[in-house]
Design a protein around this ligand. Sequence first.
Ligand SMILES: [Mn+2]
Length: 358
Amino acid sequence: MKMTWRWYGEGNDSITLDHIRQIPGVEGIVWSLHDKVAGEEWEFEKIKEVTDLIKSKGFNADIVESVNIHDDIKLGLPSRDRYIEIYIDTIKKLSEVGVKVICYNFMPVFDWTRTDLYKELPDGSNALYYEKNAIVDDPKVMAERILEGGKNFTMPGWEPERIAKLDELFKSYEGMTEEALFENLKYFLEKVIPVCEQYDVKMAIHPDDPPWPIFGLPRIIRSRDHIKKFIELVDSPYSGLTLCTGSLGPNLLNDIPAIIREFHDRIHFAHIRNIKVYENGDFIEVSHRGKDGSVDVYEVIKAYHDNGFDGYMRPDHGRHLWGEEKECRPGYGLYDRALGVMYILGVWDSLDKQKGGN
Ligand SMILES: [Mn+2]
């Protein structure tokens, strides 16, 4: 297992690479060109500049999260072929600097969704929160809330350019079914995966967050059965998963350790996050410690360890601690994620010892 850390780039993150160097065990930086909107070309010079900087601090730059997919691909419009060409061009450029895994998602219109970015926990820290009844009918109201909470940082999936076109976007998805969305994903993968095989870059789809349909839009990566169907769309190891415990976790019917054991050879990137699900179905992000939430984080890590997982892992979101919410990105503060790294590595190292390793 290779421990990594998501970093949003210079000037776009309150945390620096020098901070990250002091967290034990972090080998790689999960990066992206965060000023790019879906469908835009990625210039090689910009890719090289970011990855050179990351490597100069002693980290690998093996994972990109994310290269976002243009809505025309998700919608299956004739213009998708042009956007797929651009995507393929990006894959080739990324392979040139040694990128091994590209994380992406196939959620219509919205990426992740929350109703409160700074909900206070009993210990005085605060975290991202999802209240079912606070999902308002007008998605624009929610978009405004998220953009406001994001301060001046870019918010992946919530780019103002996209939000401005929300009405139009919703209209184009009218009548979209799960089946059609799967078909459009298959079309995309059939074009892209042969290139990935040739250039040795693995695609890793991120599950939908939260794991249920919102605003009447279908969501197709949210349970064991959906993942099974995805795996069979294009049966290549290069078409794999970013397994996110925080995204699958809010549906308590998802047995995450069992999902990891079943699909481990197609998981290229593991996101570890704990969430606490309340009786009414609302949920909040909590510390990585298993006992603090509804995800049995120990069993999750053990499922990876038992299967000799040698892919990439990162602590996903964390709470905001010790007042850091004033400057950090929502969900991406320094302290709780650093504690998360130590919890995950603590479990991992003790499992190594039990197996007789070192
Ligand atoms: Mn995640």
